[in-house]
Design a protein around this ligand. Structure first.
Ligand SMILES: [Zn+2]
Length: 80
């Protein structure tokens, strides 16, 4: 079986054995209720319908993903 190699969606680094990664999940982009959730990455989480996944290797990349999301909501006025 092939093991999937995850890459950070912000900085592109590859996932090692030990380091704790996070997943940023964005939902509601299309129904004007955008939300960003951050959760620890455990294994083979898969995006469901309407979800966007961002694999994040460290706090710095989590923060970058968060600020990009906030930026996007302000630019598109998605929140209201
Ligand atoms: Zn990263």
């Amino acid at each position: 079986m092939e093991r999937r190699v995850y890459q950070c969606d912000v900085c592109g680094s590859e996932r090692g054995q030990t380091n704790q990664w996070f997943i940023g999940v964005i939902t509601g982009r299309t129904d004007h209720q955008p939300r960003l959730m951050i959760q620890p990455m455990k294994g083979e989480e898969k995006a469901r319908e309407g979800e966007e996944f961002f694999h994040l290797c460290c706090f710095k990349c989590v923060l970058k993903c968060t600020s990009d999301f906030l930026d996007w909501t302000l630019k598109t006025n998605a929140g209201g």
